[in-house]
Design a protein around this ligand. Structure first.
Ligand code: 6GU
Length: 250
């Protein structure tokens, strides 16, 4: 008896998070699906406290921006020292992501790529952001979770981790389930219904009770197209183009 879980021969997907607020981790990820997967060793989390690399007796991590302007900028010397330390326990080719509203928008393709890597380093900024030189020197990839501004990168990092962890083998019972996820085929997901069949004066659509799996699949696909066209012009245009391209290839 080793007491090992069935998946323990697979190394965990490794997260190295750098933050001024280490107590914010694992945060919401300590619960539910991600929390169970963390306990089961499907992913692992190492948190680096940026403060411990601060300069002087006051462990200073920030200074005002050269050229003037509001707020403070995180010092490149402090950040580089924290990143170098964290990098020691990660493979040399680990992607280093700096969570920033200036970044490339996070999407399901990025999430899927990261889930297929051995792990990720996540750098959480506070204040106005990081000195540009450390972004370049440490080859940080800037990633944003949407067009709004958060007070720091920690919640964004947790959004990213959650999206990746649910794709890791053994986390979601039915591994076919993500085939249906919104974005997996470029469309938003179709609507869902369960019991009771009649509720608040509204019946579940008859087609879903027909047992005709081919017609149900067609109905759902049409619903997915209609919802995407109505809500997300950007995704709809992309999907239409991808259909045209496939037609030309076939
Ligand atoms: Cl990744 N970080 C911060 N601080 N704000 C954001 C963001 C990230 N994405 C959108 N807003």
């Amino acid at each position: 008896m080793t007491g090992q879980t069935p998946l323990s021969d697979t190394p965990p997907w490794k997260v190295s998070a750098l933050t001024l607020f280490p107590d914010m981790f694992p945060g919401v990820l300590g619960q539910s699906l991600a929390g169970k997967a963390l306990q089961a060793g499907i992913w692992s989390l190492e948190v680096t406290d940026i403060r411990s690399f601060g300069v002087g007796v006051h462990k200073k991590v920030d200074d005002p921006p050269f050229g003037g302007g509001p707020g403070m900028v995180m010092r490149p010397d402090v950040m580089a020292a924290a990143i170098d330390q964290a990098a020691k326990t990660m493979p040399a080719d680990t992607t280093r992501i700096y969570l920033s509203p200036r970044g490339k928008p996070m999407d399901q393709a990025l999430v899927r790529d990261l889930s297929q890597a051995s792990g990720v380093m996540l750098i959480c900024g506070r204040y106005e952001g990081l000195d540009q030189r450390v972004i370049e020197q440490a080859e940080l990839v800037e990633v944003s979770i949407g067009d709004y501004v958060l007070s720091g990168g920690e919640i964004a990092a947790q959004v990213l981790i959650d999206a990746v962890v649910r794709l890791l083998p053994g986390v979601m019972g039915n591994s076919d389930a993500h085939q249906q996820d919104s974005f997996e085929d470029g469309l938003l997901e179709h609507p869902l219904y369960t019991h009771p069949r009649q509720w608040a004066g509204t019946a579940v659509p008859d087609i879903l009770l027909s047992g005709d799996h081919g017609r149900i699949a067609d109905w759902r696909h049409n619903q997915a197209k209609a919802i995407t066209r109505e809500r997300r012009q950007d995704l709809w245009q992309k999907w239409c183009l991808s259909q045209d391209m496939n037609k030309n290839i076939d």
